[in-house]
Design a protein around this ligand. Structure first.
Ligand code: ATP
Ligand code: MG
Ligand code: MG
Length: 554
């Protein structure tokens, strides 16, 4: 394993531990909102939260940040757990829900009201926003800012009894409408939501806002380092302010921020991902084109390749856009070492070896993986009639076309050198059959086997190969940063060729016999593929994880 230097969060954690802060404890948390499936951005946060705890002998809580019942669901809770496990992390018995703290948060809100630090505002959201002011101009006080403690207590209780409509009232912290930090201008602590909650049912009609719930939840759980993404940096003073209102001096969680992961040619917002799913623009959250963990898994990514990628991009204080090529490089690098090589002809055309005996079968020996001396070999049957890729033949090729064309020799991988003699076309000029002659002395181990020819083609036996479906996945969007496009809706930027289905691919018998769902292979000369869960015994389906070479980078 390569040694890398410490990132700034590790440096800070090491120094806190060395100083004996919070009794020398390290306790992080990963706080997903169960309103969607995890994506690769979340994987970056998971690798930090769980990874740093692991590294320094600390603990990491899994806390569902379930404070908005409208968008949340147990389906998401279950998928999040599954994906964290798949990535190789475990929270043990440290599973929490922010909704478990609703009673404690309520009590804290009552306490702030009693101390004159919170009030019920009856203005509309628009009115409240208007009064916020601008960073250079102070805001305006709400006319309800100074109502009596009794009245606030009474209204807050009635808000929670369902007496008032959603949007008609909020509870606000009474801090400073002139603060240079906009988040201090009487932030909202509670709003009315009448939608039932997936865990607490209809018990609550008021729900805490992120700013009021998050730091307190960290505190209740004994979290020492609350690591989040940069957009929360401006919330940090408020995070500390709420804690200052009730926490003792002996223990404090510390919020720290790193840069979000943004990837080229995809979107990472859960709202947009949900839209793609709901509008059936993809087949589901686990569509292999999605940047979700389950999508990447189905695409053939391994958890190690994802973790290696995240380790490579690192953690900084600057937001940016990371090239998806880096992620692809990571899986290519791993599969090059681990994936067995097999022969699959994705778009087949028949090749007939005129001088090869009819009815004869030779079992050629194919290396399973030239990168791995332990990987062994398998047999691939060779017959008079084969399939090769349609694009490997051209009747009138340009210069430097080293594949099949009349008069030219090519090597058939693990077998013979053949010379193309012609082809047969249908009425539309479509190639139906290609003809060639083989040189019997050019088989591996034979006297002429070392003869130099420029091209080597993969092939399968027409007789012994089996048919399979191959799904060629590519980038979901046509532009590098779909979220940046101002002119167009992100859905107009989808790549219409992000999925090409080939139903009549031909696979060698070794693959037909060994393929199990989730297995990964290198298809010779084409790319890395995995067996899709849609496969049945008689109908194998393969997903392209990534092509052998990057065709997008110039
Ligand atoms: P969205 O804005 O799409 O709703 P979110 O950030 O609100 O996403 P959460 O479920 O709240 O999603 O995220 C859980 C944790 O994962 C948070 O700590 C958040 O900072 C982190 N996270 C989310 N997206 C990314 C990302 N792209 N890169 C790194 N960390 C992320
Ligand atoms: Mg969110
Ligand atoms: Mg969030």
């Amino acid at each position: 394993e390569e040694k890398r230097s410490l990132n700034f969060i590790e440096v800070a954690v090491e120094s806190d531990l060395a100083a004996g802060k919070n009794g020398g404890r390290l306790n992080t948390r990963f706080p997903p909102e169960p309103n969607g499936y995890l994506h690769i951005g979340h994987a970056k946060a998971i690798c930090m939260d769980f990874g740093i705890a692991q590294k320094y002998g600390g603990t990491c809580n899994l806390r569902f940040d379930d404070t908005n019942p409208v968008k949340e669901d147990v389906e998401y809770v279950d998928s999040i757990k599954e994906d964290i496990h798949w990535l190789g992390f475990d929270w043990g018995d440290r599973l929490y829900y922010a909704s478990d703290y609703f009673p404690k948060l309520w009590d804290l809100a009552i306490r702030l009201i009693k101390e004159g630090k919170a009030y019920v505002d009856e203005q509309s959201a628009e009115e409240i926003a208007r009064q916020k002011g601008t960073p250079t101009q102070p805001g305006t006080d709400s006319p309800y800012r100074n109502r009596s403690i009794e009245e606030n207590l009474d209204l807050f209780a009635r808000m929670n009894q369902g007496e008032f409509e959603e949007g008609s009232m909020v509870l606000r912290a009474k801090i400073d409408m002139a603060s240079p930090n906009m988040h201090f201008r009487d932030p909202i602590m509670y709003r009315i939501i009448k939608h039932p909650h997936h865990r607490t049912g209809t018990t609550w009609k008021v729900y805490p806002m992120y700013d009021f719930a998050h730091g307190q939840s960290d505190y209740f759980e004994g979290v020492t380092h609350s690591i989040c993404t940069l957009e929360f940096e401006v919330h940090r003073p408020l995070y500390d302010w709420f804690l200052d209102q009730f926490a003792g001096p002996d223990y404090r969680p510390r919020q720290m921020e790193f840069n979000r992961l943004n990837l080229t040619y995809t979107v990472m917002s859960k709202r947009k991902l949900l839209q793609l799913v709901q509008e059936k623009l993809v087949s589901g959250w686990d569509d292999p084109r999605m940047p979700t963990i389950c999508g990447l898994r189905r695409r053939g990514y391994t958890s190690t390749s994802i973790k290696n990628f995240i380790d490579k991009i690192g953690y900084t204080k600057y937001d940016g856009l990371i090239s998806v090529s880096l992620l692809e490089h990571s899986i290519r690098e791993e599969l090059n070492k681990t994936a067995n090589r097999v022969s699959v002809v994705i778009d087949p055309v028949k090749l007939i070896i005129k001088n090869y005996p009819e009815g004869k079968t030779e079992n050629m020996i194919a290396d399973n993986n030239p990168e791995d001396t332990e990987a062994g070999t398998h047999e691939i049957p060779f017959t008079r009639e084969l399939y090769i890729e349609r694009e490997d033949f051209m009747e009138n090729p340009p210069k430097k076309f080293f594949r099949m064309t009349p008069g030219q020799e090519v090597r058939l991988k693990s077998a013979y050198i053949v010379k193309c003699t012609g082809c047969k076309k249908d009425v539309n000029g479509k190639i139906e059959e290609i003809y060639c002659e083989y040189d019997p002395l050019t088989k591996s181990g034979m006297p002429e086997s070392g003869r130099k020819v420029k091209g080597t083609l993969h092939w399968v036996s027409a007789e012994y190969s089996q048919s399979a479906e191959v799904r060629l996945y590519d980038r979901l969007f046509n532009v590098e940063n779909p979220s940046e496009e101002k002119e167009k809706d992100f859905r107009e930027l989808l790549n219409p060729e992000s999925l090409i289905i080939r139903k009549n691919a031909r696979i060698e018998p070794y693959l037909a016999k060994t393929a199990e769902i989730g297995d990964r292979y290198q298809f010779q000369r084409t790319g890395y593929f995995t067996v899709d869960p849609d496969s049945t015994e008689n109908h194998l389906v393969f997903n392209r994880t990534v092509a052998l070479k990057d065709s997008w980078e110039k």
